[in-house]
Design a protein around this ligand. Structure first.
Ligand code: HEC
Ligand code: HEC
Length: 336
């Protein structure tokens, strides 16, 4: 069906147009085949209804029956046309309405994003930074680019549905990091609807490209730790938003001596590092698989190994349950 015609019929006009067409059609039909005006003087007033004279037999068998049949044909034609036309128009109309709502959401989401998020994540979602919550720390806290968030999380094991992930991140924020909770229920200022609109906007402007891993040339494992881990795990790996990492090898089964358990602990750390850990309402352990080169991942694990101690606390988690520290437990796939 051609576009202007559909557009003309679109929106709320459709039922009205159908009604008008039906009424006009009915009017014409009534005029053409209807009962017509009774002629003659009103002479039946005193005769009981059932005994008044009606059409003659001859009339009933010719014009009468023709009239009735014409009505039947007119109605049949009407329903034969009405249903398919309606069936043709309706899906387009619904789609247009959905598109309109979607575009409206995106437009409003864009405005809300500029108010609530752009200061940290950049006016074009290119990323930015925020002050560290600890005033003594000068290094700003990076706020990730959001124009590639879909591509970055699509392949990871910790997020199934990027839209839901965006919504939850806005709802709960990331406690312990500068990312605030925005939902009214969590003390923020955005309604569920506004949060969904912002998510729609963010998803509508994805570049689809994953940025290249950081260059590792000329850097040490300790540099990588300072840049990428210290803000959550503490400058000396003593813990903060994330658990302390000083005896993480021991927590993952390293005896402090033999090589098999060392290898096992390193593998577990690498698994966490590559895949990340995500809980809906906490700061996550980010996935570093795409962000750090293989060299950098190995170097930062070497660095962690070099600062390991034994005999410390069995759990390092601050503010939540640790990942299972038992390498024989349900993390069997980590031991590869
Ligand atoms: C005060 C600064 C600030 C504001 C305002 C802010 N954010 Fe954030 N946001 C951050 C920081 C910092 C992080 C990274 C936290 C971390 O290291 O885990 C973050 C993380 C995120 C993430 C996770 C990104 C990823 O790659 O894992 C999303 C999504 C997000 N913010 C969306 C938003 C949206 C949408 C808004 C506006 C409603 C917003 N943020 C407002 C600072 C901010
Ligand atoms: C945005 C904050 C954040 C950043 C940045 C971060 N982590 Fe984490 N990390 C966490 C959190 C939170 C956990 C705890 C996850 C959980 O509850 O299992 C964690 C857990 C871990 C664990 C598992 C600890 C355990 O006891 O199970 C290791 C190992 C780890 N991180 C290493 C690193 C390294 C190495 C880096 C830097 C390349 C890093 N993390 C960067 C927040 C972060």
């Amino acid at each position: 069906m051609n576009q202007p015609f559909v557009a003309f019929l679109g929106g709320a006009n459709v039922p009205i147009i159908i009604l008008v067409v039906a009424l006009v059609g009915f009017g014409i039909a009534y005029f053409v085949v209807g009962p017509g005006k009774r002629r003659g003087p009103k002479r039946h007033a005193d005769i009981p209804l059932a005994m008044r004279p009606y059409h003659s037999d001859e009339e009933l068998e010719t014009t009468g029956i023709e009239r009735a049949m014409a009505w039947g044909v007119a109605l049949a034609v009407f329903s034969a046309l009405f249903l398919p036309i309606y069936w043709l128009i309706e899906p387009t109309r619904i789609n247009q309405a959905v598109d309109e709502f979607y575009e409206q959401d995106v437009a409003e989401g864009r405005a809300e994003y500029q108010n609530a998020c752009a200061a940290c994540h950049g006016t074009n979602l290119e990323g930015g930074s925020a002050a560290h919550p600890d005033e003594d720390v000068e290094a700003p806290w990076p706020a990730p680019a959001l124009d590639n968030v879909e591509a970055r999380y699509r392949e990871t094991e910790i997020v199934d549905d990027v839209q839901e992930f965006l919504i939850n991140t806005m709802v709960y924020g990331r406690p312990g990091t500068p990312m605030p909770a925005f939902s009214v229920a969590e003390g923020g200022s955005l309604s569920d609807n506004q949060i969904e609109q912002i998510a729609a906007y963010i998803l509508s402007v994805q570049t689809g490209e994953v940025p290249e891993a950081e260059q590792f040339v000329g850097r040490s494992g300790e540099d990588v730790f300072d840049d990428s881990c210290a803000r959550c795990h503490g400058p000396n790996a003593e813990g903060g938003v994330g658990p302390q990492l000083i005896n993480v090898f021991e927590r993952y089964g390293w005896s402090g001596e033999d090589d098999t358990t060392l290898e096992q602990a390193r593998n577990h750390v690498e698994y966490v590092l590559r895949n990340g850990v995500y809980f809906v309402d906490q700061a996550p352990m980010p996935s570093f698989d795409q962000r750090l080169s293989d060299d950098a991942i190995e170097a930062v694990i070497d660095h962690l190994e070099s600062i390991q101690q034994t005999g410390g606390p069995r759990t390092g988690q601050i503010g939540g349950p640790p990942t299972t520290g038992d390498p024989d437990g349900d993390d069997a796939e980590d031991e590869g």
